[in-house]
Design a protein. Structure first.
Length: 270
């Protein structure tokens, strides 16, 4: 059996959480990541018949029964993951009842997965229906995107359009746009259900006055989506109070989409 601490999915979680903390996207214990793993790959590192303990998820995830995820822990600081992954991460399998997680590794101090796990599982299910290759759900608090929430209308068409017209690559990276939710209490099934509904259309969902959810086939895609939104939001926030002399026009946005062969939300243009 290989050493689990050398597993590529553990290494990737260490790198990503450290990077997100360094960027200021995940202060203290803010933010969470879940990644769907390949069972055969996990079996190279763990005895899949050995369940350390079971933990109720608070949500019935029938579609994910038997699926294995690596998930950041509740109350855990992203800055500590790279130094103590066994305490700050966990590998879980959704049990046959759909409402229980079987802990296969991690949470060594007796902890458990992020309180947002139901929202993650709901979003995984929504994205898998749209794209069977989806593997990652990522939540964070990117500074400029969050700041933009306070000065910009929380309307997904208008929010998306502002991002698109602010940074050329946005139309290429997220032509499907950005979903937007009003402020809702986090850690509840209600916000999870609302997020999953948006995930049927979008890979990015703004939690109003809170943060951002991103989905992707791997860490790079999910991270890159958030990174691109945050860059555009930063450009917007440092220029919004100044007279706008130039902008990317709708005709130019169409030209970008056609040039890169991407299918975009035409109804999000003016």
């Amino acid at each position: 059996m290989k050493d689990i601490l050398t597993a590529p999915f553990v290494e990737e979680m260490k790198r990503t959480t450290a990077n997100m903390y360094r960027l200021g996207w995940d202060e203290r214990n803010g933010g969470n990541i879940s990644m769907l793993l390949d069972e055969a790959q996990v079996a190279e590192y763990l005895d899949l018949n050995k369940v350390i303990r079971t933990i109720p998820t608070g949500f019935k995830a029938d579609m994910l029964i038997g699926k294995i995820f690596i998930v950041t822990g509740t109350g855990k600081y992203f800055k500590n993951v790279e130094f103590d992954p066994a305490n700050n991460l966990g590998i879980i399998r959704i049990a046959a009842d759909g409402t229980t997680a079987e802990l296969l590794w991690g949470y060594s101090d007796g902890g458990r997965f992020t309180s947002e796990l139901p929202a993650h599982l709901m979003s995984h299910m929504a994205r898998l229906k749209v794209n069977p290759e989806n593997r990652v759900i990522l939540h964070c608090h990117p500074t400029y995107t969050l700041a933009m929430n306070y000065v910009h209308e929380l309307d997904e068409k208008k929010f998306t359009h502002t991002l698109w017209e602010t940074c050329t690559e946005c139309m290429v990276v997220f032509p499907d746009g950005v979903g937007v939710l009003p402020w809702m209490l986090c850690g509840t099934n209600e916000i999870g259900e609302a997020t999953a509904k948006k995930m049927e259309e979008f890979r990015l969902v703004v939690w109003g006055l809170h943060g951002l959810y991103g989905a992707g086939k791997d860490i790079d895609e999910a991270f890159g989506l958030v990174e691109t939104v945050e860059k555009a939001a930063q450009l917007y926030m440092i220029s919004a109070h100044l007279p706008r002399i130039n902008t990317i026009t709708d005709d130019q946005l169409r030209e970008i989409a056609e040039g890169f062969g991407v299918k975009y939300r035409e109804d999000f243009l003016n």
